[in-house]
Design a protein around this ligand. Structure first.
Ligand code: FES
Ligand code: FES
Length: 167
């Protein structure tokens, strides 16, 4: 067991955890934030993606102890965020979710794409979504939802990213 200090959605917490506990299980079982979904548990499907120090991370293959001192943002942590509000609205409008199992990870990745990359096209969105699997939608509505928010951003409805991707 080890004590970790971590901020989750802005709230500081200190917990004693097993060395082998995954961050996903810590978020779900210790923080009771069940919006982070666990699918493959092997770092492949992307369902468990959350933000770790403002970068997307697969929480199923990240140990909770490795997140000691870090800032974690889960799907529950965006309520006042205008970009995430725009992404959620676009997902709803485009019917970009059906069962919703992939959706928390998709939202995190979509948020990352839109906040990190200044110039987007469909091929780039497809490539960036390559680590998030969806068994329901066929991906097109998800891509269209991201395109919609990108178009709003181009029209300055949603603020532009401050960081361009390191190519
Ligand atoms: S559950 Fe983490 S990548 Fe699939
Ligand atoms: S909406 Fe069902 S897996 Fe994506």
């Amino acid at each position: 067991m080890r004590t970790i200090n971590i901020r989750v959605n802005g709230e500081a917490m200190s917990r004693s955890v097993d060395d082998r506990l995954s961050l996903a299980d810590f978020i779900r079982d210790h923080c009771l934030l069940t919006g982070t979904h666990v699918g493959c548990e092997q770092g492949v499907c992307g369902a468990c993606t959350l933000m770790l120090d403002s970068k997307p991370a697969r929480s199923c293959i990240t140990l909770a102890v490795a997140a000691d001192g870090a800032e974690v943002r889960t799907v529950e942590g965006y309520d006042d965020d205008p970009l995430m509000r725009a992404v959620r609205t676009a997902f709803n409008r485009r019917h970009a979710l059906q069962c919703g199992f992939c959706t928390p990870g998709m939202l995190a990745t979509a948020y990352d794409i839109l906040s990190r990359i200044a110039e987007l096209d469909r091929d780039r969105i497809r490539a960036e979504l390559g680590g998030n699997f969806c068994r329901c939608t066929g991906y097109l509505p998800i891509i269209q939802a991201i395109e919609d928010v990108y178009a709003q951003r181009v029209q300055s409805v949603v603020s532009k990213p401050v960081i361009e991707a390191a190519e």
